[in-house]
Design a protein around this ligand. Structure first.
Ligand code: OGA
Ligand code: NI
Length: 339
């Protein structure tokens, strides 16, 4: 039996000059053709603008049309963004054994994980070219005792970073509420109290045309706030059957609508499909901050957004049930959610 240390892509990929067969995607899933970024880009939104009503319209349009946008002037300092990205890069650069040890502090193995490929390594027919560190990061500080302690400043930096992201998330959700006609605090409390951080590391791949870093998917959350490597491309969004690259923009965050927000807005906002491709030159690191509800919270279209003319198109279920269905059904989930 292979250990996690041995399986991590970063453990073996620098000594392999070719892509192992178990990482070669079937023809229909390979990266293929991508349109040039200059002809189309996801919207860029300045959160520091003075015309709040205008900013809200911009966010709402982007969330309806693309399910994706980038934000600048968002209030998180450049220093903190750099510090966070650097500490996560340092983490993934540590010795395999050390990484595994630092993620083994929870005796139940739930509240901090290091995995490779998707979370379901054994279930994946074909593996994905990435390693991921993930743990909950609520503003209360709960679960922090399970976080890595190496690099030495990990808890300090990641604690600060996730506090700021919690604020930014609520700010964006509040603007979405205003645009949608929901009360301002609709997402405060149970709908957003379980944030989780996922730190992906995509090592260079000898043949990017054969592999994927992350399969085509929608995020199973309310929203995602992603900080991507400032130099290395990889994220792509599916729009009108075409893959659009998400250009790294200095000091910007990428925001995307998750499937749960699609349900709550009764399909008004779009949980867009996206994926990550690999490249042969540089490793890429990305930090995804996932806003999740509590497990018992009932997920359903908001009463304010349904009526006789637009009845609920999704069933009600607890977030716990939703999550189980998401992992059991994979891409076929949407049929299960429809009422
Ligand atoms: C995700 C995701 C994109 C990236 O974590 O769900 O889509 O660039 N990540 O790593
Ligand atoms: Ni995603």
């Amino acid at each position: 039996m292979e250990t996690m240390e041995q399986r991590l892509v970063s453990t073996w990929s620098n000594v392999n000059s070719s892509v192992p067969p178990s990482y070669v995607q079937p023809l229909e899933s390979r990266p293929g053709k991508v349109i040039s970024p200059s002809s189309r880009a996801i919207p860029l939104i300045d959160l520091g603008g003075h015309d709040r009503a205008h900013t809200i319209i911009h966010i709402l349009n982007a969330s309806q049309e693309y399910g994706f946008f980038q934000v600048v002037n968002h209030g998180v300092s450049k220093d903190l963004m750099d510090e966070a990205l650097n500490i996560f890069k340092e983490f993934h650069a540590m010795a395999p054994k050390e990484k595994v040890n630092e993620c083994s502090k929870d005796p139940n193995g739930i509240n901090c994980k290091l995995y490779t490929s998707s979370e379901n390594y054994r279930k994946d027919a074909i593996q994905y070219w990435k390693d991921t560190l993930t743990h909950p990061c609520p503003p209360s500080g709960e679960y922090m005792e399970y976080w890595p302690q190496k690099p030495p400043k990990y808890r300090e930096v990641v604690g600060k970073y996730t506090q700021e992201l919690n604020k930014l998330g609520l700010k964006i959700l509040e603007m979405l509420c205003e645009g949608l006609g929901l009360n301002k605090g609709y997402f405060c409390g149970e709908l957003s109290e379980n944030p989780v951080i996922l730190v992906h590391h995509y090592p260079p791949c000898p043949d990017p045309s054969l592999t994927l870093g992350l399969a085509k998917h929608r995020d199973p959350n309310i929203i995602t706030i992603l900080l991507q490597d400032q130099e290395v491309h990889g994220l792509q969004v599916l729009k009108d059957d075409q893959w659009i690259p998400v250009e790294p923009i200095p000091n910007a965050f990428v925001v995307n609508i998750g499937l749960i927000l699609q349900i709550i807005t009764n399909g008004k906002l779009l949980g867009a499909e996206h994926r990550v491709v690999t490249n042969s030159k540089s490793a890429r690191t990305s930090i995804a901050y996932f806003i999740y509800p509590s497990f018992s919270k009932i997920i359903e279209p908001a009463k304010e957004l349904v009526d006789e003319i637009s009845p609920p198109i999704y069933k009600s279920m607890s977030f716990g049930e939703f999550r189980k269905k998401f992992y059991d059904k994979g891409p076929k989930i949407e049929q299960v959610l429809k009422s």
